[in-house]
Design a protein around this ligand. Structure first.
Ligand SMILES: Cc1cc2nc3c(=O)[nH]c(=O)nc-3n(C[C@H](O)[C@H](O)[C@H](O)COP(=O)(O)OP(=O)(O)OC[C@H]3O[C@@H](n4cnc5c(N)ncnc54)[C@H](O)[C@@H]3O)c2cc1C
Length: 583
């Protein structure tokens, strides 16, 4: 019996807003995770926003073919769907430049020979049976490591790819919707059609959409994809005479539930971001849209629960990376920045409770009656298919974040299931740079989504009691300005650990008694601060002409937009004095 599927685990849709309730299939309560997120959020924001390593991503955004639909499937022509890629070599940080990449040995994973991949393929197809529908058929990719959960982004200099600043292309409302977007979500959820060999036909009739086959009323009544798929499956089963029990999604094993939760949680995170950073088309202003939140999330506690589940899941993976990153070369070419990035990610990993306190991956893929190893293989291949489906998304911005987050979840799965804890392989797989970047940015997205949900919940409560809405904590939104990486000062780090009130979440850093610095240490710290301040000022002088030009251009463009009556773009710069930590 799987410990995570015992009756102590509540149904996913119970008490999503009750702090004490435990998040189903995870090991922590909503309240614990919110507390933890209050501490994690600034760290992960800092990493994602302020370091070159984590704020740029290289991916093949335009050149991959969609293996599932035609090219004309729901393309998005809105300006908000566009992605600004870095075209000029000088805009690309040194660390990501092609010449640097070609010089790097890089933490590239070993690829299994073709023969081994073919052998891996056979038992899996046998298990699924011939009647499995199109989207359930697993494809293999020559580029994949056998332990990858995702089709990897090849960052080598020879590969096709675009450099993107993640800070300058935030995930927000784009207007991408309708049939095209629905079809993608539907195809993604179909990857969840794990089924026993005797009943593969139940939910997999090729070409038939669950939405199409349901009456409009049924489709409206169905609250999320699990119910749509279930209702669809029931109709299909009635036609084909298959037993209805074979379609029971409630009794599915932990692993299948986890697959569904990851997808649904990612969907919920995307919905939260687009509602939080929504374009009011009549005023041209960006900001939270409470109605959007109510329609997509507030009345669907299971979706919110899945988002919390994803948080526990990804955070656990980041915590497990603590030792791994100690030997990782961040390759910035600048040893100071290298050490800083490593220190920042170590600090973040330190905040994560050790052991299975928030998520226990060791209970997965262990039940031999369900074919633990085959199930894991099946799980992995279905996840790879999800990453391929992302190439079909018709909006560039949505595709960018969809691909990045799938890669992030794929990396979390790889870390959780291939890095020990009862799932020990011969050696730990290496992580590509793009995988690490995707993992941290995915955590950043979920962490920010939880913060946005807090804001929305307060807004709903304020509305119900006739109070004014709470302040919009837009501070957590990335600023498009690139600032020098903000180091976390040792003293500041420890200050942030102070407000922890749950013993269960005491971490190594919490338990470390604070040492008073000696006079010599305090003197050295001050000298170092003065030196960093001087460097900061000199750097500011050096970049001033370029920055001033950019500001003038941006302001001229805003004036022009106002003059011709178009929505005025948001201001992309701000005056700011650096804090001690940012020096
Ligand atoms: C990969 C991807 C990335 C996207 N990124 C963006 C973006 O960055 N910005 C943007 O504005 N739009 C984005 N979109 C579009 C957006 O997700 C919606 O599809 C669009 O806004 C239309 O929303 P909708 O209300 O019709 O329902 P959709 O969100 O399209 O959902 C379709 C159906 O899925 C079910 N459902 C919804 N949420 C969940 C859930 N959490 N769990 C289970 N079932 C659920 C419901 O039955 C719903 O009717 C993206 C779409 C995709 C496929």
């Amino acid at each position: 019996q799987n410990p995570s599927s015992t009756s102590s685990n509540p149904r996913p849709d119970t008490c999503a807003f009750e702090p004490q309730a435990k998040v189903s299939d995870a090991c922590a309560s909503y309240g614990d995770l919110d507390t933890l997120n209050s501490r994690v959020h600034p760290y992960v924001r800092n990493l994602a926003k302020n370091t070159d390593f984590f704020s740029y991503y290289r991916l093949n955004l335009y050149n991959k073919n969609c293996p599932f639909f035609g090219d004309d499937e729901g393309l998005c022509g809105n300006i908000a769907c566009a992605v600004t890629t870095l075209e000029k070599e000088e805009d690309i940080p040194d660390i990501w430049k092609a010449e640097e990449l070609s010089r790097l040995e890089g933490p590239k994973a070993h690829h299994p020979p073709r023969k081994q991949q073919v052998e891996l393929k056979r038992p899996l197809q046998g298990e699924l049976g011939d009647a499995v529908g199109e989207s359930c058929v697993v494809e293999y990719d020559d580029e994949c490591d056998e332990r990858d959960y995702c089709v990897p982004e090849d960052e080598s200099a020879s590969a096709k790819g675009d450099y993107v600043s993640l800070v300058n292309n935030p995930e927000r409302f784009t207007g991408y919707s309708g049939e095209g977007a629905h079809k993608i979500w539907e195809t993604i959820y179909r990857e969840n059609c794990f089924s026993k060999p005797t009943e593969p036909q139940s939910v997999s009739s090729p070409g038939l959409s669950p939405f199409q086959s349901l009456s409009q009323n049924q489709a409206l009544a169905a609250q999320d994809f699990r119910q749509v798929m279930k209702a669809h499956g029931r109709e299909q089963a009635q036609l084909s005479g298959a037993p209805l029990e074979s379609l029971d999604f409630e009794d599915e094993c932990l692993e299948k539930r986890v697959f569904y939760r990851v997808i649904s949680g990612m969907h919920a995170s995307i919905s939260t971001h687009l509602c939080y950073d929504y374009l009011n088309q009549s005023t041209g202003k960006w900001g939270p849209n409470l109605e959007c939140y109510k329609e997509r999330l507030h009345n669907y506690p299971e979706r919110i629960s899945n988002l919390y589940f994803n948080y526990a899941f990804v955070l656990r993976a980041v915590g497990k990376l603590r030792d791994y990153v100690q030997d990782y070369t961040f390759c910035t070419g600048d040893p100071e920045q290298d050490a800083l990035t490593k220190r920042m990610i170590t600090t973040l990993a330190d905040v994560v409770p050790e052991g299975p306190k928030i998520f226990d991956e060791s209970v997965m893929f262990t039940d031999n009656t369900l074919g633990g190893i085959e199930l894991k293989e099946d799980f992995r291949n279905r996840f790879r298919n999800v990453s391929r489906i992302m190439d079909c998304v018709g909006c560039d911005k949505c595709r960018l974040w969809g691909k990045l987050q799938t890669n992030g979840f794929g990396t979390a799965l790889k870390v959780l299931f291939e890095f020990g804890n009862g799932h020990e392989g011969d050696e730990k797989p290496l992580l590509r740079r793009t995988e690490l970047v995707a993992l941290i940015n995915t955590l950043d997205k979920i962490s920010s989504a939880l913060k946005a949900l807090e804001f929305f919940r307060e807004s709903v409560a304020a509305e119900a009691s006739g109070l004014p809405p709470p302040n919009n904590k837009k501070a957590s939104q990335p600023s498009p300005n690139l600032q020098p990486p903000a180091p976390i000062d040792d003293a500041d780090e420890l200050d942030d650990f102070d407000d922890l009130d749950s013993d269960a979440f005491a971490t190594k850093a919490d338990k470390t008694p604070r040492k008073q610095p000696t006079i010599a240490e305090a003197f050295r710290q001050e000298i170092s601060l003065v030196w960093r301040a001087i460097k900061y000022v000199l750097r500011s002088y050096a970049i001033f002409p370029k920055r001033a030009g950019e500001i003038l251009l941006a302001e001229a463009w805003r004036l022009y937009a106002q003059w011709i009556g178009r929505p005025v773009p948001e201001r992309t710069w701000e005056f700011k004095f650096p804090s001690r930590g940012e020096l």
